[in-house]
Design a protein around this ligand. Sequence first.
Ligand code: SAM
Length: 292
Amino acid sequence: MSNNYRLYSPKVMRDILHKYGFRFSKGLGQNFLIDGNILDKICDGIELSKNDEVIEIGPGIGTLTQALAERAKKIMAIEIDKKLIPILEDTLSNYDNIEVINGDVLKLDLNELIEDKFENKKIKLAANLPYYITTPIIMKLLEDNINLESIIVMVQKEVAERIQALPGTKDYGALSIAVQYYSNPEIVTIVPKNVFMPKPNVDSAVIRLNVYDEPKVKVKDEKLFFKVVKGAFALRRKTLLNSLGSFGIGVGKEEIREILKILNIKENIRGEKLSIEEIAKISDMIYELNKK
Ligand code: SAM
């Protein structure tokens, strides 16, 4: 590639796609960014500096990768689509701080990769995520205890709203709690459909997850905590008493009633009103009861 090209330029992108006879795969969530302002917002959003090492998931033809490489020390980009690998070799050939790996992010051992490829400091992660697997990717990044300082991702707008939602709002649910257990989420900007090629059917949002060193609440049994979360939201219009009491977590309705009484929580409360701290307390009390 010649110097000074911008991969987000629709003309440059069309020429590259044409040169390689590339066809977008809807199944792989391929919608490439064609707006330099959004790229800046993503880079500014994780406060990139020349010392930062960054993982990118799904580089596409390298639009975001190029922007990241110009501001950070090193980028490792993981792309599942084999057809994009020779294209990326071409589009990013002017950068010596980018390594592209062909693989499925959900199957890779990211901790191992980080140990191999980075100097093992705290890593930042940036991605315009494929929408069909947004939630599993985010949960893998958070649950695998990867040494990530912050995560900035483009996701469907509704998903970003659910991630950031607070108790008592319509978007609050198991996903809000799961992500907020590990991080403090913050929507950076809403992104309209027309900054992608091809244009998706939905609006998007860039969301930053500031990952905690320790989870937000300390629980006695993490597995049980997440089971309680699942149970609390499994039957959305039912009270917590009814949904948890029949959810198979080892305690029945009467015991849940007793727990709510001790915690001074109304008996007819619904799961969507409970804070993460309250769910942690309920889960710890269930844990103690199960031990007896
Ligand atoms: N970063 C590019 C951009 O902003 O223009 C492309 C973003 S596009 C929404 C998502 C990218 O993720 C595609 O390149 C797609 O092939 C890739 N992808 C899809 N599933 C993946 C997976 N499981 N692991 C790694 N990459 C994946």
